[in-house]
Design a protein around this ligand. Structure first.
Ligand SMILES: NC(=O)c1ccc[n+]([C@@H]2O[C@H](COP(=O)([O-])OP(=O)(O)OC[C@H]3O[C@@H](n4cnc5c(N)ncnc54)[C@H](OP(=O)(O)O)[C@@H]3O)[C@@H](O)[C@H]2O)c1
Length: 253
């Protein structure tokens, strides 16, 4: 990225309170961006904002459930009121509450995963795209998972929602290029976060399996996923792709 490329850009990060989203929020703020930290819990969002402000940055905390369209409308309105524009949306919030065989998954868990991992990112990006078009363009990054490409057993619903978001990424890129909006996806492999600790607890052998599956035989640190995000947010000729940051998991298959 160019020096000061993100200075004064406005970046919304969903799921910005923990894990990768927190690293993204702090990372963009360190580069001079104005960051909106969104998740369900306002207190954890405010804690990230405090860290950013203590370091001299600018940020705003907003409680928004990805499954609630009213919350997402309020997130958009609040951001425009506070910062007047949105340059980058990072649809990072995601859940996996349906580990295990497909035959055992409850319908309620399926619905919730679709709402948070698929419908919410579509709704937020779609409503924002119209506003971004009026300001001359922008950039959307949808965080998938390598599961969208490798479709592993015992994470079927997760893989399906992420594969669905990959499809939507490609359609968004086609439909919004005329508005100067680039849309890309990032498919990370395993890095340390609450989600990964949950998988390690729920699926016997998950941690060892992820290490063995990759060419770089370890689970990544959260910050290692940040550079690919910076690349996708930087000005470039890139749109409609899924960038993979998986330690070589797909290449080893
Ligand atoms: N960890 C990995 O190895 C890995 C690998 C590939 C892809 N990913 C993807 O990367 C993204 C970030 O994952 P992570 O591991 O960093 O997750 P994480 O540590 O579990 O954090 C999840 C974030 O999403 C928020 N969130 C959860 N449910 C939400 C909802 N209904 N509405 C709004 N926000 C919600 C959480 O905050 P609240 O609890 O306050 O809502 C939190 O900020 C996800 O899309 C995940 O699928 C992760």
């Amino acid at each position: 990225m160019k020096p000061e490329e993100f200075k004064d850009k406005v970046v919304i990060v969903t799921g910005g309170s923990r894990g990768l989203g927190r690293a993204i929020a702090v990372g963009f703020a360190t580069e001079g961006a104005k960051v909106v930290v969104a998740s369900r819990k306002i207190d954890t969002c405010r804690a990230v904002v405090d860290v950013i402000e203590d370091a001299g940055g600018e940020a705003w905390a907003c409680a928004a459930h990805m499954g609630e369209t009213d919350d997402l409308d309020a997130l958009i309105e609040g951001t425009y009121q506070r910062f007047g524009q949105v340059d980058v949306l990072i649809n990072n919030a995601g859940i996996n509450i349906a580990f295990g065989p497909l035959a055992d998954v409850a319908a309620e868990a399926f619905d919730k995963m679709v709402a948070v991992n698929l419908k919410g990112p579509w709704y937020l990006a779609s409503r924002l795209a119209q506003r971004m078009s009026e300001q001359g363009g922008g950039c959307v990054i949808n965080v998938l998972s390598v599961a969208a490409l490798s479709t592993p057993a015992y994470s079927g619903i997760y893989a399906a929602t992420k594969a669905g978001l990959k499809a939507l990424t490609e359609v968004m890129a086609q439909e919004w290029a005329k508005w100067n909006i680039r849309v890309n996806a990032l498919a990370p492999g395993s890095y340390y976060s609450d989600l990964t600790y949950g998988a390690i607890e729920a699926i016997p052998g998950y941690g060892e399996g992820m290490v063995q599956a990759a060419l770089i035989p370890r689970i990544a640190e959260t910050e290692e996923i940040l550079n690919p995000i910076f690349y996708l947010a930087s000005e470039s000729f890139t749109t409609g792709i899924t960038l993979v940051a998986d330690g070589g998991l797909m290449a080893k298959r």
